[in-house]
Design a protein around this ligand. Structure first.
Ligand code: ASP
Length: 616
């Protein structure tokens, strides 16, 4: 028997008993002839008390940090109790001990506030994982995993594995590919998600499926993305959107309860994509705080039509507003007292390349009812008052206004809103607010990346090509030819107004899940592929199996997938998913511990019949 107890469980009530512990040496404090050692395992820390008389070998063979120790001793009440430790009332007076293994001096200190930099911690991730702060995250991840399985199992879902070596059908992101030795010149792809498999399982009659599954996307890694990540992937047959929303809002609430002890009893708020864009400039708004956008003059494409609102800022002698496609404002509560330095700093903030605006206009709505602005030269106080009113400002608020090209300005004001939410402490880590965003556009029109290819643009699926249109718009899709004669006028094409039967779940301004009701009729699926510019042959080549399956009694179905890593990070109060993955990749997609990716042997190339062409 290596141990009778763990390092986290002994209490004063056990005083006088003999116990054996095993663990790692966290710290050593030597005072003359006596030595205190903190022994750590997964469950906690217990103080060991050594003295030279009882443990003479300590002198000859001293302990070091991270040594693995087995120690037997008597539970003794401590004179100097540590109220911060659950075991802080006791220590073990060591009668005998054994060094089970020695340790080199670790490259960083293994404690909550480590001195190790990011890269070093990742290189020695197995040591980093010993730290309490990381362990807590891994434990939380497992708690989310368990709660998910409990809930889904309780609702009749079956976990069914789907293959990792599949066919490459690049659509959204780039595929990771794996060469096949047995089929020279041919490649598997790693799944970007089990999407088509879970739909096939519905055709096969497994009407409630789930999997907590790895997905692989070869994307340029923006901050906090991983090339392999985990999804809670789910699919249901014989359902409508409402069934899915209820089932999975139930899942997230169950996770909140189990993992955080939070009773999220109110119904999850819902908004349409259009409303979200209109109100927050963003399709994953943080609704923990207001600061909704006011469109002082907007060219937002609503229902496919350019909509211009308000002459409020037109006609004035301020060219910037007159010429801008869009003018958007937010009222920042209680910020009229911002100093010159603060407003200057905000102006610099919006001018940074990531935000990309030319400037920032502000109106201070002073508590005494007067107005002061950065455009006093151009606007009378009455006019300022009217603008502030339109922005929904109260006395004491600061109105911030951005003007420019529609898309960029909308994104910028949304970023500015989030930044001020952060600065004013309105994005509280312990507050969780869910939101369903519904009715996304089915298609987006994408400019051709490579105009040399002849085309000027094409429809792309906003979610993925298996997403069904709203039931009342199916006919519009079937009846119309997707071709666009004049790309300038794509907004007038019947396809641009088609809404998808798709939904995203948003938590505190982060998309945590998304899914859709699927197409289950062959004809409509073929129409969809055609709209995305696939020839019949290409569609058959890539998705023949699915089109075939739709001929054999495919039931109506739909599903959703949650970003498991992100969900864990948000529940753990962190923005970084890496902290919640045992062995993550760095921002360049490298595993610095394994030093992967790496070159392979000549022999492996030969077996695969692959030659590298460095000049390509
Ligand atoms: N497979 C989709 C995704 O990964 C989710 C879904 O539609 O269920 O985004």
């Amino acid at each position: 028997m290596f141990r009778s107890h763990t390092c986290g469980e002994i209490r004063l009530a056990q005083a006088g008993t003999q116990v054996t512990l095993a663990g790692w040496v966290q710290s050593i404090r030597k005072f003359g002839s006596i030595t205190f050692v903190d022994l750590r395992d997964r469950y906690g820390i217990t103080q060991l008390y050594f003295n030279e008389e009882l443990n003479p070998q300590l002198e000859a063979d001293p302990l070091g940090r991270e040594y693995v120790l087995q120690a037997t001793g008597t539970v003794t009440e401590r004179t100097n109790k540590n109220p911060n430790l659950p075991t802080g009332d006791i220590e073990l007076t060591i009668a005998s001990f054994l060094i089970l293994n020695r340790s080199a001096v670790p490259p960083f200190t293994i404690q909550d506030d480590t001195d190790g930099g990011d890269e070093l911690r990742m290189k020695y991730r197995y040591l980093d994982l010993r730290r309490n702060a990381v362990k807590k995250n891994i434990e939380l991840r497992y708690a989310v995993n368990r709660a998910t399985r409990d809930y889904l199992h309780g609702h009749g879902f079956m976990d069914i594995e789907t293959p990792f070596l599949i066919k490459s059908t690049p659509e959204g992101a780039r595929d990771f590919v794996v060469p096949s030795r047995m089929n020279p010149g041919q490649f598997y792809a790693l799944p970007q998600s089990p999407q088509t498999f879970k739909q096939l399982l519905m055709v096969s009659g497994y009407d409630r499926y789930y999997q907590i599954v790895k997905c692989f996307r070869d994307e340029d890694l923006r901050a906090d993305r991983q090339p392999e990540f985990t999804q809670i992937d789910c699919e249901m047959a014989f359902v409508e959107q409402e069934d899915i929303l209820n089932m999975f809002e139930g899942l997230v609430k169950y996770i909140f309860k189990e993992v955080k002890g939070i009773d999220y009893s109110e119904a999850v708020e819902r908004t349409t994509w259009e409303e979200a864009m209109w109100t927050y400039g963003n399709d994953k708004p943080d609704i923990r705080f207001g600061m909704k956008l006011a469109n002082l003059k907007s060219a937002f494409r609503r229902n496919g039509v350019l909509e211009a609102t308000g002459e409020l800022v037109n006609g004035a002698d301020f060219k910037v507003f007159d010429e801008a496609e869009t003018v958007l404002a937010i009222a920042v509560p209680g910020a009229a007292e911002f100093t010159r330095k603060q407003t200057d700093e905000l102006t610099e903030w919006v001018k940074r390349p990531q935000i990309g605006m030319k400037g920032l206009v502000f109106i201070k709505c002073n508590a005494d009812g007067s107005y002061k602005s950065s455009v006093d030269k151009f606007y009378s106080e009455d006019r300022l008052k009217a603008i502030a009113h339109a922005a929904g400002a109260q006395p004491g608020d600061l109105v911030l206004i951005l003007a420019g090209a529609e898309e960029r300005t909308r994104k910028a004001i949304s970023d500015l809103r989030m930044e001020l939410g952060e600065r004013l402490g309105l994005r509280r880590k312990d507050e969780f607010k869910l939101l369903w965003v519904l009715d996304f556009p089915l298609f987006e029109y994408a400019e051709e990346e490579d105009p040399a290819s002849g085309g000027s643009g094409r429809w792309v699926a906003r979610h993925h090509p298996f997403t069904a249109p709203k039931p009342d718009q199916i006919q519009t899709m079937i009846d119309n030819n997707p071709a666009i004669d004049n790309p300038e006028k794509y907004l007038e094409h019947p396809y641009s107004g088609i809404k998808a039967n798709a939904y995203d779940m948003v938590l505190n301004g982060n998309e945590i899940g998304g899914g859709s009701i699927r197409i289950f009729q062959r004809q409509l699926q073929e129409k969809m592929f055609a709209a995305l510019g696939m020839s019949e042959e290409e569609a058959r080549h890539k998705f023949g199996f699915l089109l075939g399956a739709f001929e054999y009694g495919a039931p109506p179905h739909g599903g959703i997938a949650f970003g498991f890593d992100r969900l864990c990070a948000l529940l753990g109060g962190s923005e970084s998913i890496r902290d919640f993955i045992a062995f993550p990749k760095n921002n360049s997609g490298r595993d610095v511990m394994l030093d992967a990716p790496s070159e392979i042997d000549e022999k492996q190339f030969r077996e695969l019949q692959i030659k590298l062409d460095p000049t390509a």
